[in-house]
Write a protein that binds this ligand. Structure first.
Ligand code: SF4
Length: 308
């Protein structure tokens, strides 16, 4: 029987050792991140970029810009991101909430306790957990982990979670596991990926009781390093070490999901997480009815900033 790590800390350590900091999110202001979090729901980031370019050209990359733009015009501007009527309406709803509750001030909004603010955001039309947590973590620097479809897929293939695990189950597990970690990487610390990953990563594992599972043998695979975007004002924003850890882990998971752990089939060769595979290899993903996946799709990890 294989022995698996009891927490996701070793996963984070292995990925960070291999690929370094990911510099999320590529934006110049918290409001730009909020816009991206709404616009990226159920669409590819390339479409979001086109909508953002329209908003930029129209001078609407700010709360005031969205506030003063008529709904019909806003719909036209965000059209490339799809579901443009819903998304324009959701942005207007967010602004109305911001104005009513916080006099239009994002700093005032983000100064609220995390749980209170999270509850408020989740009550807004069109804001599900992934959108709320993206706003909290990336725009507000709150200590919240963003769960996306990649997270679930990777964790399921590694038997870290049950197929029935909810968004909250996964979020709380990651937050709890990473919180236990003694030290955290600093924002934009030098990325010096170690291509002899397995030994290097194992040496850094915080849990000394962990032994790699007897999964597929790994003989220092040639790791390819996914491209990352240049540092942005927001990637360099001040945040706690724990928020930085949540930030980096999410960014790293997206890289795994995009380059290795594809939906159709995992490409485990060269994946920094291959040393954690169960003995029998990746678990088969469960079939989910469309309805069940709906909540996950909202605002989801389609947070794939192509500018990274
Ligand atoms: S690609 Fe393979 S090793 Fe990498 S996360 Fe997916 S299942 Fe694990």
């Amino acid at each position: 029987m294989m022995k698996r790590p009891p927490s996701v800390n070793p996963y984070f350590e292995a990925l960070y050792s291999a690929w370094g900091p990911q510099r999320w999110w590529p934006a110049d202001s918290p409001f730009e991140i909020i816009l991206g979090a709404f616009l990226t729901q159920n669409t590819a980031w390339t479409n979001v970029e086109r909508a953002m370019a329209n908003l930029h050209q129209a001078g609407c990359l700010s709360a005031d810009g969205i506030r003063r733009t008529p709904l019909e015009e806003l719909e036209r501007l965000v059209r490339p991101a799809g579901y443009f009527r819903q998304k324009a309406a959701r942005l207007k709803t967010f602004i109305a909430y911001l104005d009513t509750r916080y006099k239009g001030s994002l700093p005032r909004m983000f100064a609220q306790p995390t749980q209170q603010l999270r509850t408020e955001l989740l009550e807004l039309n069109g804001v599900g957990p992934e959108t709320a947590d993206s706003i909290l973590l990336y725009a507000g620097q709150h200590e919240v982990f963003v769960v996306d479809t990649y997270t679930r897929r990777i964790f399921e293939r590694h038997a870290l979670i049950e197929p029935t695990a909810t968004y909250e189950d996964i979020r709380l597990k990651v937050e709890s596991d990473l919180r236990e970690s003694a030290s955290a990487p600093q924002a934009d610390s030098p990325a010096t990926p170690d291509r002899q990953l397995p030994n290097h990563a194992i040496a850094k594992l915080p849990d000394s009781s962990f032994e790699p599972g007897p999964g597929p043998a790994i003989e220092a695979p040639e790791l390819t390093i996914p491209p990352i975007h240049a540092p942005s004002k927001m990637s360099k924003a001040k945040r706690s070490p724990l928020a930085q850890r949540f930030n980096e882990f999410h960014g790293l998971i997206v890289q795994v999901g995009k380059h290795h752990c594809l939906k159709q089939a995992p490409h485990c060769d060269g994946c920094p997480l291959a040393l954690f595979l169960p003995a029998e290899g990746p678990r088969t993903l469960p079939q989910r009815p469309q309805k069940e996946r709906k909540g996950e799709a909202e605002g989801r990890a389609k947070i794939k900033p192509a500018r990274r």
